[in-house]
Design a protein around this ligand. Structure first.
Ligand code: AMP
Length: 453
């Protein structure tokens, strides 16, 4: 089986004393992007040091492990869970020795031609240790005949296709690069005399780094001691940034692609209220994913916002569980309505997306069981009709309820009194009428073909 490098978080810290500590806190703030495994590789200028394991950031690292990660440069990663291959081998950073020395790489995204590249590399004699597409990069770099790592990275990325926000660490330097479409985010900040590069800006807030800018689509930034970071536009930028970061994935306190996630989520709620108003007594978010959009909906409609459903925060995301029975149970473990508040009331319930339909169905059921008179589901994104090949962990098409059923059929399936989704046009208006986003999961426009089959 080929395990894809799903939605993850990456961080790089350069020229900052105790870099691994800052990488650790950065990863902690981006834990929502991947809960399966975590790792950090540091450089003391002579050697690279690696710690990675399965588990949450706080489980993988303790004082003793962080102490091992000496040096003033580090790269780190948290990995998102997929069914199946979750062995320690598939944790990142990936570390390797090659003719130029030692190297570590972390990757957020998903390569769409990884199978063909791997097949070719194997034919030429390469031996792989993991199922990760990211390992291809190490081989491509090792194979390149160029004298400098910098040129080898360029050789390697020219061979790969798809979504990648990558960080490479060598003994002396760090390299950050984003694919020409800029599918996945990657931002730079200043910390003391050094720099931090991270998937989300919430990492900078935690460690007190000052946001400078985003790495541009197709741009590589080289960090070297005693020099200003050097920027090279490796590819002509053709922006196609993931709109789902705004809808669901990123933390609301982050700026993604230079925009406030919270603000855009509220805009989506406002648009939704304008497109699909309904007479009701209160607006209730599905916590936490629907909160910002529900606030926007309530503000726009003038209908009071109430926290009618309470979430137990000690339960992981339900989406990632492999079997249907466990998913059902976990929704009940996670969400509980306040009956006192909702009994006899007409509710507008807001969530960010419906994927398989499990969550919405359960929510309608628990609200009705608790005495709600009417439940009107409003979703702050369009129907998810296609999988993501660019790094978001969506299930296969056959599992996506909107790929199989019409909105009226889904309404019946989940048992709601009405159901409506934000339109694609409404979504685009919410993000500032900007057309440079990838929304393939909603409109099927896959700009980079998936060659992995
Ligand atoms: P489902 O029960 O399969 O319809 O899942 C819908 C719920 O999963 C919604 O509450 C979303 O907030 C959440 N969700 C949507 N996309 C993802 C994703 N890629 N990973 C994890 N959760 C997601």
């Amino acid at each position: 089986m080929f395990s894809l490098n799903e939605k993850c978080a990456v961080v790089g810290v350069y020229d900052v004393p105790e870099a691994a500590k800052y990488a650790y806190f950065s990863l902690f703030s981006m834990q929502h992007r991947g809960q399966e495994a975590a790792g950090i590789c540091s450089s003391d200028g002579e050697r690279l040091h690696l710690v990675k394991n399965r588990g949450l950031v706080t489980q993988v690292f303790d004082k003793a492990k962080l102490k091992k990660l000496t040096g003033d440069a580090a790269v780190g990663h948290t990995r998102y869970s997929t069914a199946g291959d979750d062995s320690i081998l598939d944790a990142q950073p990936i570390f390797a020795r090659y003719d130029l020395g030692q190297i570590a790489v972390v990757h957020n995204g998903n390569l769409t031609n990884s199978k063909e590249v791997r097949r070719e590399l194997i034919r030429e004699g390469a031996i792989f240790q993991t199922f990760m597409d990211t390992e291809n990069l190490i081989h491509l770099i090792a194979k390149s005949q160029k004298e400098h790592l910098y040129d080898r990275i360029i050789d390697a990325v020219k061979r790969i296709e798809g979504a990648y926000s990558l960080l490479f660490l060598s003994r002396k330097k760090m390299f950050a690069i984003r694919d020409p479409h800029g599918f996945r985010p990657l931002s730079i900040a200043k910390l003391g005399d050094g720099y931090v590069v991270a998937s989300e800006t919430c990492a900078f807030d935690l460690i007190g780094a000052t946001y400078l800018r985003d790495i541009k689509p197709g741009e590589m930034v080289v960090f070297e001691k005693g020099k200003e970071p050097r920027s090279i536009q490796v590819f002509e930028p053709t922006p196609h940034k993931c709109i789902f970061e705004f809808i669901y994935f990123a933390r609301p306190d982050s700026y993604i692609f230079g925009k406030s996630v919270y603000k855009l989520r509220k805009n989506m709620g406002r648009e939704l209220a304008r497109e699909f108003p309904v007479d009701a007594d209160m607006v209730v978010p599905v916590p936490d994913s629907g909160v910002a959009a529900a606030l926007g909906y309530a503000e726009e409609s003038g209908i009071p916002f109430e926290l009618g459903i309470i979430r137990n925060h000690y339960v992981g995301r339900t989406f990632i569980e492999p079997t249907q029975e466990i998913r059902d149970l976990k929704v009940k473990m996670k969400l509980n309505p306040i009956s006192e508040l909702i009994k006899g009331k007409r509710l507008i319930v807001i969530d960010d997306s419906i994927v398989r339909g499990t969550t919405s169905k359960k929510i309608v059921q628990i609200l009705k069981d608790a005495g709600a008179k009417e439940v009107h589901m409003r979703i702050s994104s369009p129907p998810t009709t296609g999988p993501c090949y660019y790094g978001v962990d969506t299930p296969e098409e056959k599992e996506l309820i909107s790929a199989r059923m019409s909105t009226p059929e889904i309404k019946e399936y989940i048992g709601a009194d009405s159901l409506a989704y934000l339109s694609i046009e409404g979504l685009i208006r919410s993000v500032g009428n900007d057309q440079s986003y990838c929304k393939a999961c909603f409109d099927g426009n896959y700009i980079v073909p998936n060659k992995n089959g």
